[in-house]
Design a protein around this ligand. Structure first.
Ligand code: 3H9
Length: 686
């Protein structure tokens, strides 16, 4: 970390260089305080530019320090020191001014930014609120309504929008350093502006706070930080600056030590580590400049859109002209929808479509860098596709199968250059869902595996490496979720009780509602395949529903009944009768929400421990990312593995033992028991 001071005439330029993102470590905070003192004492300096080296302005407090006791100088004091400087400081922003970085900029007399910069207070995403004046200075500068949006939502805004909010004083075209120095030269001659801390908060109607509270609570669900941030802004709007700061700091410190903040920090670091697994460090991925998708159904169209959104030219290949047209229409529907919802302007949508070439001739793929197959889940059909591709594509082209359940090694059997083959499991809708399971076969070359990770980075997805097994990581655990949900039904819980309990746990939908939405036939198809392999999947009620044609919303009934054209689930007497028949002779009990969540989530953890033992997943945090980004597991609980560790693995095993004794779960696996002894999953996975 270095903070250097250069002089350009009467302007001092303070450059912060603390790679990778100029986070506000203790050493940086100390150096900033010293820089203020030095420049205050230097009579030749009339104004100061604060600028950063590297890819970004200060991106916030150092999140890695959050688990430790705060060390002085504390950030609120650093910001106050800059604000109290005897000459104007000008924050010169490129990249991101986030969290504590924006708070430092709010301490400066002025803020200028390049047009590509973004500014924001994302603290609520880490389960905390701004802790260095963000909730107290921001409403004084841009008014409470805009401050509430920025702080409780956590999304950054671009420099142009920030200028409109008067958060930024000028957008600099061209060289930021030169522009900021010129700006500082202009303001050096003027009297210092009133510090933000001395300004009043613009008044709002009383009713504003009530409606803001309702809106924030509805969005935050069970996350604590957004409402606490709102409370801090509201408090700062009716008290003096010092009282506002004291309230903010107290809330910040309390939340910093909370379970939600620990879980969200865990996810923050897991997400950042995911694209760069240590086992691939030093491996150079193959270049991907063009891509193709085989199959234009829902999945193929979504994958094609994801590739186009990342700027790659895409070829869509289908088996005949009519199928090509249908596939192209599916992609167009994605872009039309984006325009309708205001997410894309028409010109961009047109440009994305123009970059997709459709055809039924595999010859179009002779020079394509990456081909992703997304045809029907049938081994013979998929094999036939790769047989053709193998004869046509360049030997160094990467060939990928998008399969959810089939064995990628079996799909690639017999192809030429099998080292270029891997599984890429996208989640539907593929242009939206963040998760990408990357599945190497025994022959996948390291640089091809690295290409999978590079592709995920390019597409803005979270990559997780998964080993070959039925369902990989995510769907294998999903099978346990469903089986446990059925066990609950047979021991006294109704589908609506189970769904309500899982929503209360934090999932967006319960397991039965979710099956009705997606359709019960896919899982039934997989159970049939499993039985053919000699396995005995447990789904006595689901099997009977499928046999009765109750496949979910699309057939007007599944686990629930649906009125024609409606999506609201109504408890079904027919289903209750089937459950009663299947449950006959089994012990019944009363289930509360916590017990239901335990009976579903802890067996998922047990299965995940098995998955780690088998090295189908390499890290417990990878399982957490899969469940959060592919299956709606609440982020603020940190994923199932973090949840289990935070709860205590001894207790997890004890609950599983009790469930097992009652015939309601599998026994804790050896890996889980070893994790208890080791004090966590990391040793198990390592
Ligand atoms: C805060 O400021 C609280 C204050 O209000 C109160 C204080 C009293 N700390 O994302 P990338 C690491 S809360 C430590 O891949 P990009 C990251 O782990 C904070 N480390 O880069 C990774 O490490 P590695 C509010 C951090 O270019 C490397 O930097 N601020 C931090 O795609 C590169 O990260 C935020 O929440 C950090 N704050 O994106 C900002 N940030 O190389 C969070 C990053 O070892 N950060 N790292 O894997 C971001 O949103 C993105 O990192 C950013 C750059 C957009 C800045």
């Amino acid at each position: 970390m270095t903070v250097t001071i250069a002089r350009e005439g009467s302007i001092a330029v303070v450059t912060v260089d603390n790679p990778p993102v100029n986070a506000l470590s203790q050493a940086l905070r100390q150096a900033l305080v010293e820089a203020v003192a030095e420049l205050d004492a230097d009579g030749a300096v009339k104004a100061v530019v604060l600028i950063c080296a590297g890819r970004t302005f200060i991106a916030g407090a150092d999140v890695g320090e959050f688990g430790k006791p705060p060390q002085p100088p504390h950030l609120p004091d650093v910001v106050a020191r800059i604000e109290g400087a005897s000459k104007p400081w000008v924050a010169a922003i490129h990249g991101s001014a986030l969290g504590g970085g924006l708070e430092v900029a709010l301490g400066c007399a002025y803020r200028v930014a390049v047009a590509s910069a973004s500014l924001g207070l994302p603290e609520v995403r880490l389960g905390i609120i701004p802790g260095a004046g963000g909730t107290v200075r921001l409403p004084r500068l841009i008014g409470p309504a805009a401050a509430v949006d920025l702080v409780t939502g956590g999304s950054p805004v671009g420099a142009k929008k920030a200028e409109g909010l008067e958060l930024v004083d000028a957008v600099i075209d061209g060289d930021l350093r030169a522009g900021a120095i010129a700006f500082a030269g202009d303001v050096a001659a003027k009297p210092l502006p009133q510090p933000i801390s001395a300004r009043a908060v613009p008044a709002v109607e009383d009713s504003f706070w009530e409606s803001a509270e309702k809106a924030v609570a509805a969005k935050a669900k069970r996350e604590a930080a957004p409402l606490r941030a709102l409370a801090s802004i509201r408090n700062a709007s009716r008290t003096d600056f010092a009282a506002g700061m004291a309230f903010e700091r107290e809330t910040f410190l309390e939340l910093r030590g909370s379970a939600q903040a620990a879980a969200l920090r865990h996810v923050f670091f897991a997400e950042r580590a995911a694209p760069r697994p240590p086992e691939l460090s030093g491996v150079t991925p193959r270049a991907i400049r063009s891509a193709a998708v085989i199959g234009g159904g829902t999945m193929g169209a979504g994958i094609a859109a994801a590739l186009r959104d990342a700027g790659l030219p895409v070829v869509l290949v289908e088996r005949d002209g009519a199928a090509v047209e249908r596939g192209m229409a599916n992609i167009r529907a994605i872009y039309d929808g984006a325009v309708k919802r205001g997410r894309l302007v028409q010109a961009v949508s047109d440009e994305r479509m123009a970059g997709v070439a459709g055809g039924d001739d595999y010859g179009l793929l002779a020079d394509t860098d990456l081909v992703i197959e997304a045809v029907f889940e049938d081994l013979a059909v998929k094999r036939a596709v790769f047989e053709r591709l193998s004869g046509i594509c360049r030997p160094d082209a990467v060939l990928a199968t998008n399969t959810s359940y089939l064995d990628p090694a079996a799909i690639s059997e017999g192809i030429g250059h099998p080292e270029r083959f891997l599984g890429l499991h996208f989640f539907s809708p593929a242009h939206v869902m963040k998760l990408l399971e990357i599945v190497p076969t025994g022959t996948t070359a390291p640089d091809v595996l690295a290409t999978g990770f590079a592709l995920a980075r390019l597409l803005g997805k979270i990559p997780v490496r998964a080993g070959i097994c039925d369902g990989f990581i995510g769907n294998r655990i999903l099978k346990v979720t469903r089986a446990q949900a059925e066990r609950l039904l047979l021991s006294g819980a109704a589908p609506s009780t189970v769904d309500a309990a899982m929503r209360a746990f934090g999932l967006p939908m319960g397991p039965f509602e979710a099956q009705d939405l997606g359709g019960l036939d896919i899982a039934a198809f997989q159970r049939r395949a499993a039985r053919e392999r000699g396995e005995t999947p447990f789904a006595p009620v689901a099997d009977r529903l499928c046999a009765a044609g109750r496949l979910g919303q699309k057939t007007g009934g599944g686990w629930y009944d649906y009125m024609p054209g409606e999506r609201t689930p109504t408890p079904s007497e027919a289903v209750a009768a089937i459950i009663a028949e299947e449950a006959a002779g089994r012990p019944q009990r009363a289930w509360d929400e916590a017990a239901i969540a335990d009976a579903i989530v802890l067996p998922m953890v047990n299965e995940a421990a098995r998955i780690l033992e088998e090295r189908v997943a390499l890290r417990a945090a990878d399982v957490d990312l899969v469940k959060i980004h592919g299956y709606g597991f609440p982020r603020w609980r940190g994923g199932p593995m973090h949840y289990a560790e935070a709860r205590g693995l001894c207790e997890v095993v004890a609950v599983l033992d009790r469930l097992c004794a009652d015939g309601l779960a599998e026994p804790p696996c050896a890996g889980l028991r070893r994790a208890v002894e080791a004090g966590g999953f990391s040793l198990l996975a390592g």
